[in-house]
Design a protein around this ligand. Sequence first.
Ligand SMILES: *[C@@H]1O[C@H](CO)[C@@H](O)[C@H](O)[C@H]1NC(C)=O
Ligand SMILES: *[C@@H]1O[C@H](CO)[C@@H](O)[C@H](O)[C@H]1NC(C)=O
Ligand SMILES: *[C@@H]1O[C@H](CO)[C@@H](O)[C@H](O)[C@H]1NC(C)=O
Ligand SMILES: *[C@@H]1O[C@H](CO)[C@@H](O)[C@H](O)[C@H]1NC(C)=O
Length: 291
Amino acid sequence: MAIFRSSPKHLLLLHFFVFIISVTTQPLPSPRANFSSSANSLSSCPSYVAYIAQGPEFIDLGSISDLFGVCRLSISQASNLASEDDPLYPGQLLLIPITCGCSGSSFFANITYQIKKGDSYFLVSTKAFENLTNWQVEEEMNPGINPTLLKIGTQVTIPLYCKCPAKADSEAGFNFLVTYVWQPGDALSSVAKKFNATPGDIVKENKGVNLTASVGHPVLIPVSQLPALSQPLNAPPKRKESKHEWVIVALSSVAAAILVTGLAVSLVYVRRLRTKKLMISRDVEFDENAA
Ligand SMILES: *[C@@H]1O[C@H](CO)[C@@H](O)[C@H](O)[C@H]1NC(C)=O
Ligand SMILES: *[C@@H]1O[C@H](CO)[C@@H](O)[C@H](O)[C@H]1NC(C)=O
Ligand SMILES: *[C@@H]1O[C@H](CO)[C@@H](O)[C@H](O)[C@H]1NC(C)=O
Ligand SMILES: *[C@@H]1O[C@H](CO)[C@@H](O)[C@H](O)[C@H]1NC(C)=O
């Protein structure tokens, strides 16, 4: 009963503790969209997660392919890239094919990831995987591993949020629910356009979710078929271009140098020829005078 008769000082302390607890447990980046399965969902399905190419590490198809354990060709084809060898640019949207399956009451796509120096579940989920997962589900998915003592080289399971169509989705013609992390500056209309989906369908699939307040959180984009992402025809091969430019600059300076030397040489030659001619004509004059 002491607590009920406690002084305002104690109450303040209690409030302070409650505040501290709520603050420390606050950044629970729980997904707001509904990734749970139902009795009439497919238990496993091919699906896609949207990934944005980003430097310094994940700006080429090779490293993105290694991260997700999906071959370059599959990513290139799913993302509507003209070629596997085209360079990517920062911010370029890609679609990564994954296999989505239910684990308990939620859907996840399991990715195997090898811990690197300086990694934490938080960093791996927010940086490398761009919030397609979060540290809590990572901890849950790796019960045998101490999350505060991640050893370099340890293989962990990274569960990416995904969802298989439920009966209602299939009936509405949606064969894929693409996982997309809402980006700063996104508008419903622009996101719908990117994925060739309709704004109404996106709102419906993410029932109860305030999309504009979902920056950094995964949402679901329902589509009937794999959307053909609009990719730049000529992705900016910046490095190659500048290399070409250098070659052109070098070649033209060499050409200019040759031209200048040639000009100088011929000038000297012409001058010499003139003085020779002058001397000859003088000699002739002299001879004539002498005669
Ligand atoms: C979440 O989605 C599942 C499957 O589509 C559905 O059965 C369930 O009712 C949804 N839950 C909520 C809270 O909307
Ligand atoms: C993902 O991995 C967890 C833990 O290893 C496992 O329980 C679950 O069934 C896996 N889910 C899928 C879809 O493979
Ligand atoms: C959605 O979130 C935005 C930004 O946080 C807010 O301005 C807006 O009022 C919210 N809309 C609804 C319907 O709650
Ligand atoms: C991911 O979420 C964290 C917080 O949970 C946020 O600070 C960060 O900006 C998000 N990153 C992306 C790429 O959305």
